[in-house]
Structure formats: C-alpha cells, structure tokens
Design a binder for this molecule. Sequence first.
Ligand code: UTP
Length: 495
Amino acid sequence: MRELMADASSLPQQRQTPPQALLERLKDFGQEDAFALWDELSPEERLLLVNDIESLDLSRIDRVIRCSFRSHGQHDSGLPMAAIEPVPESWYRQWRSGPLGTERGWWKMGWKAISDGKLAVLLLSGGQGTRLGGSDPKGCFNIGLPSGKSLFQLQAERILCVQSLAAEAINDGSAGSVQIHWYIMTSPFTDEATRKFFESHKFFGLEPDQVTFFQQGTIPCVSKDGRFIMETPYKVAKAPDGNGGVYTALKSSKLLENMSMRGIKYVDCYGVDNALVRVADPTFLGYFIDKGVVTAAKVVRKAYPQEKVGVFVRRGKGGPLTVVEYSELDPSMASAINQGTGRLRYCWSNVCLHMFTLDFLNHVANGLEKDSIYHLAEKKIPSIHGHTMGFKLEQFIFDAFPYAPSTALFEVLREEEFAPVKNINGSTFDTPESAKLLILRLHSRWVVAAGGFLTHSVPLYATGVEVSPLCSYAGENLEAICRGRTFHAPCEITF
Ligand code: UTP
C-alpha cells in the first residue's frame, strides 16, 4: 500500500468533494473523468475509488498511454516495412534436417542439463481467455479428451514424464531424483482459481514445493481517446499487462534470484493454451545449449500466406530477430516466395514456445521495465455502460527478442506440437474440439507405430486414442503397452 492510500478512518465519511490533490494529479494527465460520478457514490464507494486511483502509478501509466498511442497505427513493431528482412538460413534449423545423430546428441545434452537441475519451466497463464469464455482460468479447461484431463494436468504430467525419463537417462531411476521447478504466472483474474485448482488436484502428482505461483501486473484499459474506462463508478477497468509482463513480474517477485539460487540456467517458457505443448523438451534444450544462443523459439511453418499468425523476421540487415503481426505484413510481402527454397520468404510462425538463458531474463527485465511502448489490443471491456470497445495495453513475450544478441529458431511440426485452444467450440478454428482431435490423431499414430490396433465406431477422423503423458512424452516407450493389443477409440491408454 502506498503512503497516500486512504483508509476508512482517514477519509471523512461525509466528504463532499474528491480529494483535491488527487483530482489535480488526475487533471495533469487528463484523467479527471474518473471522478465524474463522485456525487452519486456512497462514502464506502468514494473510499474504494480513492484507493483504486491511489494504487496507480499515474505518471508511468500516462507515459505508456501516450507512447503507445503515438506508435499505434505505425507498425506495432515500430518497423518500416523496408527494414524487414527474412530470417537468415543459419539462424534456424529445419525440422529434422541435421545430419543423422545430431538429434540424439541434443537429446542427450538436454537430459544432462535437466538432470543437473539447470532447467526451469515457466508457464504464462495470466490471460483472461475472453474468447474461450467461461469463468475459470484457461488451464482448468477440459478440452473433451477421453481422460477428461485439464490443460494444467496434461502439462503437469508431461513434467512428471520428463523427470522420470531424465532419471532413467542418468541411470538413476529413483523417483524424485530429478525435479523440474515450475513457475506459473497468473494475474489477479486467474490467481486464486489457479492455486485452488492445483491444491484440489494435489498438484497432479508433483511436489507442491516444486511449483511457484506469481502474479503479473495490470494496467488500466482506455478508450480511443486514451481515457480510463470505468468498470464501475468507483473502479477503473484494468487488464493484465500482456504475457510480456512476465519479465517485470519475475523481477519484482524476486524470482530471478530464486532461480539463480536453485542453480537454474535455462528457462523453457510457453503459453497455457497449447494442448500439445512439449513442456521441458530435452531436444529443444540440447539444441539451444549447442547453439550457444541466449534465446530460441520453436516455430511452425506458416500454412498459407494469409494465415493470421505473427512471423519471425530480421530487423534490417544485420539487425536482431523480432516478430511482426500478420496485420503488419503487407499482402505482397506475406505471399513473397524465396526462389531458392520454394518457401514463403516470411514463413516462421511464432507459437509462443521459447527458451531463454537466465542471464538474458535478467538483462531484459531491466530493459523492458523502462519500455513505454505497449501494444494496443482492441477488445470488449466491461464498463459502466455495459461491454464497450476499448484498448488493453499489453507487452508481448516476443518484445524481448530485439534485446537478444543471439537467437535461434527451431522448426517443429504443427501436428506434433501445436494445438491452440483460443475460441469456444463452434468457432471455425483453434477450439477445444480441434485441439482434442489433434491430440487423438497424433496419439493414434504413435499407438499404430508401436504395433497397436485401433477399432472405432465413429469415423477415425473424429476420434482416436489418447496416450497418458505418464506413459509417453513424444511417442517413445509404447511398444510394451501397445504391441499386438487392440484399443477401441475413443479411450485413454495408461499403465
Ligand atoms: P492470448 O493472447 O491468447 O490471450 O494469450 P488470452 O488472454 O489467453 O485470451 P483472450 O485474448 O482474452 O481470448 C496467449 C498466452 O499468453 C498468456 C495467456 O494466458 C496465454 O497462455 N497471457 C496473455 C498472459 O499470461 N498474460 C496476459 O496478460 C495475456
């Protein structure tokens, strides 16, 4: 609580006018409308409003609003189109393109780092998930798999699986010998429900002390003229400050020191809403270590020129890597072909799967904290006038990439690693149903490759089997369970 903040005893119950000093401050920033309904408020509501405004760092917020509006309408990345270059060939690794054995080398390097306790997993789970609807955080969502598992459970079980594979890889199969710490970023909108969900599910078999929750910040939502939107007559509408808020949140929660104390060197970071995410992927980690870079991203190939995904580009000749949103890439650039490779010139789609060194996180947390240009996301905001269109101010996780002296991209197959859960069932794409089917199809292929058979009473394109992450991380170790056996889809295959 800041010094100025009022409590019930310091605010006269019968106050007729807003506190003058606070009103003057709001006027300095053109936000005095926040007190427009003062006369209609009860004494308790007036107190809530004063405390709400006092809790805001008004001068910083004003700077962010002004800088963000000024740069909005230019390209979000602040780049003129002429300055955008394709990612150089040497900066990415195409899917399984390396010499035979490289993959195995990375896999080994990854296991070694994991079993030495050098990897942490960082989950971005502070978003409001408005497109998906529902009141629970996205991670609690059951996408309709035969097991009924939530996204959080799928991810927790993948961590458990990696832990036991790592213990085997170092010839120490004993349970608990390898532990991966899981940092989970929530926001005031998802924090309590997320913690309760983990507690009521006994942390899905993980040790409670290997999970750390922390909250990201929020920032007021604003109208088209940059004024605060009021959610109620005594509360400013606020939203989480974007998944890029993670850098500042890690710093302010002192978790970068916490990671360092644990001996963590590498951080695997991802969004909660990818049902196929390979959490703590040892191959990706090995590639990252082998390349000696400070950041890396898994990418998938853009499906078609107009696909609505952000793509990695290079900021000018000799410049760093960054992401441009689909809306920023003009149609001729979006459909340009690289004559040498036959691929789109800008084809590496960002799917929010990143690896960072801890040193880089420390570096970027200090830099981005001072950055005042946020992305303006036009969304429906709950307000005293019902849901109204306005702007959420957000930093994005990839805003950090231009700060990186070295970056590498790692191509993965969409059907193996990317099943986004963004929109409610019935929408045309990225729904729980489409994510469920992607899992069932992939896992059915694993089971058949391991010598199993499938029967099904609905067409196979609409069903399949689910393999518990406790049995297999990426299709390995399934022969003993599947060879010669027949499974009737849909069902879950577990030990
Ligand atoms: P999205 O951009 O899809 O946003 O987040 P969202 O909030 O989940 O959903 P909508 O736009 O309201 O429908 C991509 C990832 O970034 C996380 C989300 O939880 C998700 O994992 N995120 C997003 C945060 O952690 N914090 C934020 O402020 C925003």
